[in-house]
Ligand binder design. Structure first.
Ligand SMILES: [Zn+2]
Length: 279
């Protein structure tokens, strides 16, 4: 990952995460969130872009995990350039501290506007709408444990879409189904200027139970932030558990779909959100 190794904030989050991982009860090490349903209270802060505190973010798993994608040798896939909890953008510039204290709430995959966005896993559309300068137009899917093979409820959030997707709320989608069209909404003006930055932003969350708030900010009830790359490893998905993994286990082969064709590995229940082309 490319983030400043000696930045004091990063080092603080690292140390805190490591301490949390060592002190955590078994249930957290297995990737299950602490506590029960919790829509109020300090942890809710971790999901509010401009109010999130470093402490709340740390407790909600919002810190770099060190997990890195390994792309297939047999296909060409649009690559992620700014990973989960990175402090830098795709062009390595420093993110502005006004949102999530300058940490990235997901991963960015540059793609031309109009590229079909694919459902990472089977799921249900639970939100779509305009997020303004915070991510532009977005869509959120909820995935039941049986739909991903993970032991927890998970969510994937797709941002900067070109237009509000036609899919109605409550629609069930299949893994790999085109659910939206990529764009650059929410990126024009500010840092990227009038041209904006065409890319897909993918955020992920998990919780032990299916409750959530989805309005201007998404809050999984009693849940945590999730490194989107954790989908491709399987359990555990908690950031503290991922951070504690030996380096070799942080290299994660991505699962993917060839446009109009098969998914790899065969039988996978999760895929990269953009189609790959045969290499
Ligand atoms: Zn992003």
């Amino acid at each position: 990952m490319r983030y400043p190794r000696f930045n004091p904030v990063t080092m603080f989050l690292y140390a805190a995460a490591l301490a949390a991982a060592l002190a955590a009860p078994t249930v957290v090490a297995q990737g299950l969130p602490k506590g029960g349903p919790q829509l109020q209270g300090p942890s809710r802060l971790a999901f509010l872009p401009q109010q999130a505190t470093l402490a709340a973010m740390r407790d909600a798993g919002f810190f770099p995990t060190g997990v890195e994608p390994v792309y297939p040798a047999a296909a060409l896939c649009p690559a992620a350039e700014s990973l989960f909890a990175a402090q830098t953008r795709s062009d390595r510039s420093q993110r502005q501290a006004v949102f999530f204290q300058g940490f990235h709430g997901g991963m960015d995959i540059p793609v031309p506007e109009g590229t079909p966005v694919l459902a990472v896993a089977a799921g249900t559309v639970i939100y779509k709408g305009e997020g303004g300068s915070i991510g532009g137009i977005g869509l959120i899917l909820q995935h039941a444990p049986a739909e991903t093979g993970l032991a927890v409820w998970t969510y994937t959030e797709y941002k900067h879409l070109r237009e509000v997707p036609a899919l109605a709320l409550g629609t069930r989608v299949a893994m790999g189904q085109p659910i939206a069209v990529s764009g650059k909404t929410g990126t024009e003006g500010g840092y990227y200027g009038a041209e904006g930055f065409a890319h897909l932003h993918l955020s992920a969350y998990f919780s032990a139970q299916p409750g959530y708030e989805a309005d201007r900010a998404f809050v999984p009830a009693g849940g945590q932030w999730m490194d989107p790359l954790a989908f491709f490893r399987g359990m555990p998905v908690a950031s503290a558990a991922l951070l504690a993994l030996p380096p070799a286990q942080k290299q994660v082969p991505i699962h993917y779909l060839i446009a109009g064709g098969a998914s790899y590995p065969s039988g996978t229940r999760v895929i990269w959100p953009l189609a790959c082309t045969p290499g």
